[in-house]
Design a protein around this ligand. Structure first.
Ligand SMILES: Cc1cc2nc3c(=O)[nH]c(=O)nc-3n(C[C@H](O)[C@H](O)[C@H](O)COP(=O)(O)OP(=O)(O)OC[C@H]3O[C@@H](n4cnc5c(N)ncnc54)[C@H](O)[C@@H]3O)c2cc1C
Ligand code: FES
Length: 259
C-alpha cells in the first residue's frame, strides 16, 4: 500500500457533473497513489480549517488526482467555490481499501450518493463482466451520468430529471436488488449512507453473501488519534473508521441502530 503523505495540489478543474455533485481534478506536487476505498483529508493552504474533510479517492495516478463530492455544509461548499489554480493540502492515501477479488466469483457493488467513488474505482481496477454494478440516487438530476458506463444499474426515488434514453429502476437500490436474479456465491461491496449499509448487510446475511462496507463517519484527524470516528464492533469494542476502516467486514461492526 502507498504510504500516506501530506502533499500540496493545485486545482485543475472543479465542475458540476450532476445537480449536486462536483468532479475535482487536482495536480499534486508529488506522486501519490491509492487503492479503491482509501480516502484523503482535504484542507486549504490559505486559511486552513482545524480539520480537513475526508473524501474518497476516485482516481490518483502519478500526480493527478480526482475526487467526486457533494456540497453539503461549510467545508464542501467552500470546496465547491474553489477555482482552478487554487492550492489544497491533501493527506493521502488514508485508511484500508476494499479487498481485491480473491476468485472469479462475481461481486455486487452497491453505491448510494457520494458512496460512488470507491465503487467506481474498484470496478475500473478489478471489475469482471459478471459483476453487478448498482447506484442509487434521489432523482435523475442527482446522477453523474457521464461517469457511469451502461453497465451501471441506476435506481431513483422518483422519476424527475431522467435524461432521455436512460433506463432507471423506480424505487430504492435495495428494492432494485430484490427485483434482480443475483448470483449465489457473490461478495457484496457497498459504500453510502448508514441506512443503505444497514439494509445491504441484512440482504447479504439473508443471501449468505460475504459483505464489505465503507462507513461514512464524521472525522477529525483522519489517522487514528482523535478517536472522533469510532465504530462499535460486534465483539463489544470500538474501531476507528479512519485507521481500522473505513472498509470493514460487515459482520464485524454494528451498523446504524443494529443491536
Ligand atoms: C471515509 C469517508 C469518505 C468520504 N468520501 C466522500 C466523497 O467521496 N464525496 C463526498 O461528497 N463526501 C464524502 N464523505 C463525506 C464528507 O466527508 C462530508 O460530506 C464532509 O466532511 C462534510 O463536511 P462539510 O463541512 O461540508 O459539512 P458539515 O457542515 O460538517 O456538515 C453538513 C452535513 O453533512 C453531514 N456530515 C458531515 N460529515 C459527514 C460524514 N463524514 N459522513 C456523512 N455525513 C457527514 C453532517 O452531519 C451535516 O448534516 C466521506 C466521508 C468519509 C468518512
Ligand atoms: S478521525 Fe481521528 S481517530 Fe478517526
Amino acid at each position: 500500500m502507498h504510504k500516506p503523505i501530506t502533499v500540496i495540489g493545485e486545482v485543475l478543474e472543479n465542475r458540476m457533473v450532476s445537480d449536486s455533485m462536483y468532479l475535482l481534478e487536482i495536480s499534486l506536487h508529488q506522486q501519490s497513489g491509492f487503492l479503491p476505498g482509501q480516502f484523503c483529508m482535504v484542507n486549504w493552504v490559505e486559511q486552513p480549517t482545524t480539520f480537513g474533510r475526508p473524501l474518497s479517492i476516485l482516481a490518483c495516478e502519478d500526480t493527478k488526482m480526482q475526487l467526486l463530492y457533494k456540497a453539503v455544509g461549510s467545508g464542501t461548499n467552500r470546496l465547491a467555490s474553489t477555482n482552478s489554480g487554487q492550492q489544497l493540502e491533501l493527506l493521502t492515501p488514508l485508511g484500508n481499501p476494499f479487498p481485491k477479488p480473491d476468485s472469479t466469483a462475481p461481486h455486487i457493488l452497491i453505491a448510494g450518493g457520494v458512496g460512488l467513488p470507491p465503487m467506481l474505482s474498484w470496478s475500473e481496477i478489478y471489475g469482471q463482466s459478471a459483476d453487478v454494478l448498482c447506484f442509487g440516487g434521489r432523482d435523475g438530476g442527482d446522477i453523474p451520468w457521464e461517469l457511469l458506463s451502461d453497465n451501471w444499474l441506476v435506481s431513483v426515488d422518483n422519476n424527475m430529471n431522467i435524461p432521455e434514453g436512460k433506463k432507471v429502476f423506480h424505487g430504492n437500490v435495495i428494492e432494485m436488488l430484490k427485483s434482480m436474479e443475483l448470483p449465489e456465491n457473490a461478495t457484496v461491496l457497498s459504500c453510502g449512507p448508514t441506512p443503505l449499509l444497514q439494509a445491504v448487510k441484512k440482504q447479504a446475511t439473508e443471501n449468505s453473501w460475504k459483505c464489505f462496507v465503507s462507513v461514512e463517519e464524521r472525522m477529525g484527524c483522519g489517522f487514528g488519534v482523535c478517536r472522533g470516528c469510532v465504530v462499535p464492533t460486534v465483539a463489544g469494542s470500538y474501531k476507528t473508521a479512519c485507521k481500522d476502516g473505513p472498509v470493514f467486514n460487515a459482520n464485524d461492526i454494528k451498523i446504524g441502530d443494529e443491536l
